[in-house]
Write a protein that binds this ligand. Structure first.
Ligand SMILES: NC(=O)c1ccc[n+]([C@@H]2O[C@H](COP(=O)([O-])OP(=O)(O)OC[C@H]3O[C@@H](n4cnc5c(N)ncnc54)[C@H](O)[C@@H]3O)[C@@H](O)[C@H]2O)c1
Length: 474
């Protein structure tokens, strides 16, 4: 198996999951070939891609790479040529999947990874009668694939290691499931909750909305940031996990739940659930619900980003690997305005006027100043050593509006760089190179111990003086 990444993927089956994979690969810069016999597939892909474009770039604080090229292939054979990653996302039937794998054996590169999205089948079932079984692994994603980071990987260890490289490069969170098991880990847990939910409806105890409310106003909030066991550790108080199990463990034997029993899915029960669901959410189309879900997910994950926790920590790591607006070397060399920010406006930066709230312009200019500081050597290590710059004055001029999803960049100029004083001018542009906002920002160098103004180090002073002299000539 190879570990090089040629950034060419192929997706077989462009339904809910396949189209999500297509969008994630394209937006992370991969070329993607798709094969799906459904004549509606191109329309469906475009709609999912529109959702992904609305959501994924806004997760990050740096611009994503240039999008890859999408090709709709006429046949599986055409789609597979040159692909190092092949997504199998056809319906959940083993005979369908086997048929695809037999065709792939003849045409796929033997170093390519064949990654099945299957929710339930084990690799050993997928690999039956395969000439190259190690090539086929489970890479089980979660919907929407373009936003949710987790992918459960099951299969040959070497193939899984290579698969991890690819999924890392897509900003995902590959988790190696070490023992194969029906439905992997995530869906095993979900099935237990779902089964219990069906009983609660069947027995007339709760409606679909009431069950969803219990999750979204209650434990769902805890799960999104700490999961099950870390949450229960805290629930045990200072006595910890052993105490928690001692207190609540016996309930498992009473038992509170219906354990493995499943209510019979009679027409009456299905109608009851579908009717309650219509009443709960029928006033939104599925596409509207998808947008609501995506905007909420982006906002929640961005909140976790600020805490550098869970899914937010992953986003911060991806941000570090994304290209910075302009390398510091380029900035120094060019004796021109510094490109200090290049990003997309995330959905949670907009307000009731449906445009970027004025406070967020301040955040963009603060990020621009942080970049200038890094360029003159006042970087994180410098701050850790007890010195920094504080902003004491800002003059922001709003020229035109910015909306969610829009790309912006900032050019910064040193207007004054002497002694303790640093004065910057930032100009924010949109993707059409139209000036949308300007800021004049005055900063003072400070000693972080005394919290009083102080002189910068000689090295920072020297770099700043050089930049100032260059910018005076502009
Ligand atoms: N829906 C989910 O939430 C979810 C989540 C994780 C994993 N999965 C798994 O992903 C896989 C796909 O599920 P889905 O929900 O996207 O199904 P889907 O029905 O939405 O999409 C399947 C697509 O495969 C196409 N297809 C059928 N035969 C084909 C063939 N021979 N070649 C190429 N394309 C073909 C269909 O036209 C359809 O567009 C399943 O294995 C499922 O278990 C689903």
């Amino acid at each position: 198996m190879t570990t090089t990444i040629n950034r060419k993927a192929c997706v077989l089956g462009a339904g809910v999951i396949g189209a999500g994979w297509v969008s994630r690969f394209l937006l992370m810069g991969w070329d993607v070939n798709v094969y799906d016999p459904d004549p509606e597939a191109p329309r469906k892909i475009q709609e999912v891609m529109n959702n992904a474009l609305n959501a994924l770039p806004g997760l990050y604080d740096h611009k994503l790479p240039e999008s890859g090229k999408l090709t709709i292939a006429e046949s599986l054979e055409d789609a597979v040529i040159g692909s190092e990653w092949i997504v199998e996302a056809v319906p959940e039937r083993l005979d369908f999947k086997h048929k695809i794998f037999r065709l792939l054996e003849a045409v796929a590169d033997e170093n390519a990874i064949i990654a099945s999205s299957t929710s339930g089948f084990k690799p050993s079932e997928l690999q039956q009668d395969s000439a190259r079984p190690k090539q086929i692994i489970v890479a089980h994603p979660f919907n929407p694939v373009y936003l949710i980071p987790l992918v459960e990987l099951v299969g040959d260890e070497d193939t899984v290691v290579n698969a991890k490289h690819v999924l890392d490069s897509l900003g995902m969170f590959p988790l190696h499931v070490r023992k194969e098991i029906d439905a992997h880990i995530g869906d095993r847990l979900l099935e237990a909750v779902w089964r219990e939910g069906l009983w609660l409806i069947n027995d007339g105890i709760a409606t679909t909305k009431e069950i969803d409310d219990v999750i979204r106003y209650g434990f769902g909030l805890r799960w999104a940031q700490m999961g099950l066991f870390e949450t229960y550790r805290i629930a045990g108080g200072e006595a910890g996990m052993a105490h928690f199990i001692g207190q609540f463990g016996p309930c498992l034997e009473w038992p509170w739940t219906k354990l493995m029993d499943v209510p019979e899915l009679t027409d009456e029960l299905v109608d009851k659930i579908a009717g309650q669901s219509d009443q709960q959410s029928g006033h939104h189309s599925i596409r509207e619900l998808e947008r609501i879900r995506d905007d909420n997910l982006v906002s929640m994950m961005r909140a976790l980003k600020g805490r550098n926790w869970g899914a937010g920590e992953l986003l911060n790591n991806v941000d570090k690997s994304l290209k910075q607006p302009q390398t510091q070397e380029e900035n120094k060399k060019n004796a021109s305005l510094l490109k200090t920010v290049e990003r997309v406006i995330p959905i949670n930066w907009t307000d009731y006027n449906n445009h970027m709230n004025e406070s967020r312009y301040g955040q963009v200019f603060s990020d621009a100043a942080t970049e200038v500081m890094a360029i003159i050597g006042a970087d994180q290590a410098y701050v850790d050593s007890g010195k920094s710059y504080f902003t004491v004055e800002n003059h922001i001029k709003y020229i035109s509006e910015c909306v969610a999803g829009e790309e912006i960049y900032v050019l910064s100029k040193v207007l004054l760089g002497e002694g303790k004083k640093l004065k910057l001018q930032h100009q924010m542009y949109n993707a059409k190179d139209e000036l949308v906002c300007t800021d004049e920002q005055f900063l003072l160098h400070v000693d972080l111990k005394t919290r009083k103004s102080s002189m910068p180090s000689d090295e920072v002073a020297k770099k700043l003086a050089y930049l100032f002299s260059q910018h005076q000539q502009l």
